[in-house]
Write a protein that binds this ligand. Sequence first.
Ligand code: PEP
Ligand code: MN
Length: 338
Amino acid sequence: MIIVMASRKQEDVDHVVQKIEEMGYKAHVILGVERTVIAAIGDEREKYRLTSLEALPHVERVFPILKPFKLAGREVRQEPSVVQCGPVKIGGGHFCVFAGPCSVESREQILETAAVVKAAGAQMLRGGAYKPRTSPYSFQGMEEEGLKLLQEAGQKYGLPVVTEVMTPEQVPLVEHYADMFQIGARNMQNYGLLKAVGKARKPVFLKRGMMSTINEFLMSAEYVMSEGNPNVVLCERGIRTFETETRNTLDIQAVPILRKYSHLPIVVDPCHASGAWDLVLPMARAAVAAGADGIMVEVHPHPEVAFSDGQQSLKPGTFEQLMREIRPLLDIMKMQLG
Ligand code: PEP
Ligand code: MN
């Protein structure tokens, strides 16, 4: 249920939160520009008990949230959410470029890549230390050593870092080194993991499962948010279709559809969507034109010897070209970098 406050005073908000909790619901306070609302989330069957809160003088209205995604949806918050990661803002007119190798492979590799992407204008550094590979015989990542190197490179070049966390047990370690958690496509419906990052403090970069609908995607965001972490960034990274020409099919329509249903920032990953480096530039341009709040791009100093995803990674020069090409489009879309 949504409780629209008539008052914005802290003591009045606290009072309503206490009442909601006494009834056995979780209260999520959403501070909008125009109004403060409280989303009461819990047992759906008895939710109408909450309408009695309308009797309180500082409550304006109580009504049900109709969509299945409650905290991620526009019903509780009309204006776009801006997710903050260190000094970087994502959403609400702030466009963020996440760039870096698929995997952290060595100190030299991650430092060189960080230098290149920073100079070209990226805001965040990405790099996998725990890799979800199709084959158990493929490179699995450098694990904690990789996290350390990623953190070092991020700090050296002033880039907050995002990296994948694959199990609930890894959450504290990844949170220690990284500025943002990445939930990979294969784990989008790993509900135990979603709950674990939902209880953590750092923002979450949630990738759409390759076989998931938009509704399922938003329900996964809901899992994270319902545990108390409102800082979720959605990432469209391509879905499986009958087309065999590309690794996946970029569902560019997901951008305006997600925008219609949700206030959360939306990022596009043209690398995993296409699986081919020469498709990354046109799809990155399409992402900006479709209204995305950011792109995630794999960049490697020597893609031909990359331990993973070399075929879809950009060389430094091509990444610089991408950044040059999107700048005028960002102006048209009234988005600013960073
Ligand atoms: C990645 O970002 O390197 C990755 C494994 O992505 P996805 O989970 O989208 O396949
Ligand atoms: Mn990859």
